[in-house]
Design a protein. Structure first.
Length: 276
C-alpha cells in the first residue's frame, strides 16, 4: 500500500460500522498518513490496535460538525478527507479521488459516488421521473426541469444528486454529501459561518457547500470512485422534521429563497413524508 500526504477525519459516536470503515480505508491502494477518530462516548480502542496510523481524540462536545472541526485542527497533511463512521471504501476509492484532485487543483473539492450495500446509487435523482414528479419539483421545489436539476441546490435549499453521467470522469455540482469529501488543507484557513444547530446535523453538507461556492470553491463528483453506506429510514417524526426546517430557514438567507414558497413546500413535504 502506498502512503500519501492525506489525513482523514472521522467523527463518531462509536458507530457499529466504525471498524469496517477504518479497515476499508487502510486496505486501499493509497493509505492515509493519519486517521483522526474524534469520539464523544467511550470507545474500545483495543479493537483498532493493528492500525498504526490512527489517533483517537476525545471531544468535549457531542455533534458531528463540532467533532469534525476538532479533528481538522490536528491535520498536517496537504490533503484532507472528511468521512462518516459508516462508510466503506473500495480498494481504489482514495486513489481515484486523488488523481482527480491533482488534475483539478486546490480550489476543487472532490467526492465519490455513494451506493448502498445492494449496489443501488444514493444521492442521485430518480431515473424514471414522470411528468407529475418533474412538475412538482419545478413548480413547488423551484428545481430546474428534468435532468437540468442534477447536482443543483435550489433557492429553497433542496439538493439533487448528480445523475448517472455514464462515460464522464467527473461531474461538477453545487454540493457534495458530507459523508466523504477530499479537499486541500488551505480550505481549513477559510472563515465560514458557524453551524450552531444542536442534535443531528441536518443539511450540514448544504450549509458548507453554499458557503464554499460563494468563496469560489467548486465541487466535483468523481464518477469512477465509489463508497458504500446505508441511509436509515425511519417513521416520520414531526419534531425532527421541524429541526430540519429550522436549519433550512437559516439556509434561505444564503440562497435568497422566498419564505412563502418555502412554507408551501413545507406543507407538501409533511404530507409526502407521512404517506411514504
Amino acid at each position: 500500500m502506498k502512503n500519501s500526504s492525506i489525513d482523514i477525519v472521522i467523527p463518531t459516536l462509536n458507530g457499529k460500522m466504525l471498524y469496517q470503515t477504518i479497515n476499508s480505508i487502510n486496505s486501499g491502494a493509497v493509505k492515509p498518513k493519519k486517521i483522526y477518530c474524534i469520539y464523544f462516548n467511550e470507545i474500545k480502542k483495543n479493537r483498532f490496535k493493528k492500525f498504526r496510523n490512527i489517533k483517537f481524540i476525545r471531544s468535549s462536545h457531542k455533534g458531528q460538525v463540532e467533532q469534525r472541526n476538532l479533528g481538522f485542527s490536528y491535520c498536517k497533511s496537504e490533503l484532507v478527507i472528511q468521512c462518516d463512521d459508516d462508510v466503506k471504501f473500495k480498494r481504489d476509492t482514495i486513489q481515484k479521488l486523488l488523481i482527480t484532485k491533482k488534475i483539478l487543483g486546490r480550489k476543487f473539492l472532490v467526492g465519490p459516488r455513494f451506493f448502498n450495500e445492494r449496489n443501488i446509487p444514493l444521492h442521485t435523482s430518480e431515473k424514471n421521473e414522470n411528468l407529475f414528479t418533474n412538475l412538482y419539483k419545478t413548480l413547488i421545489c423551484d428545481a430546474p426541469y428534468g435532468k437540468s436539476k442534477h447536482g443543483k441546490i435550489t433557492s429553497l435549499t433542496l439538493s439533487y444528486g448528480p445523475g448517472d453521467n455514464i462515460g464522464k470522469k467527473y461531474t461538477e455540482v453545487d454540493w457534495l454529501p458530507g459523508g466523504c469529501v477530499m479537499f486541500s488543507k488551505n480550505l481549513l484557513r477559510e472563515r465560514f459561518k458557524k453551524f450552531k444547530f444542536k442534535g443531528k446535523a441536518y443539511c450540514e453538507d448544504i450549509f458548507f457547500s453554499l458557503q464554499r461556492n460563494v468563496k469560489g470553491y467548486r465541487h466535483v463528483v468523481c464518477n469512477n470512485s465509489t463508497v458504500f453506506t446505508e441511509i436509515s429510514r425511519s417513521n416520520f417524526n414531526l419534531n425532527e422534521f421541524f429541526k430540519e426546517i429550522k436549519v433550512r430557514k437559516f439556509l434561505l438567507s444564503l440562497t435568497g429563497g422566498n419564505i412563502i414558497r418555502f412554507r408551501i413546500w413545507m406543507i407538501f413535504e409533511i404530507i409526502l413524508r407521512i404517506v411514504r
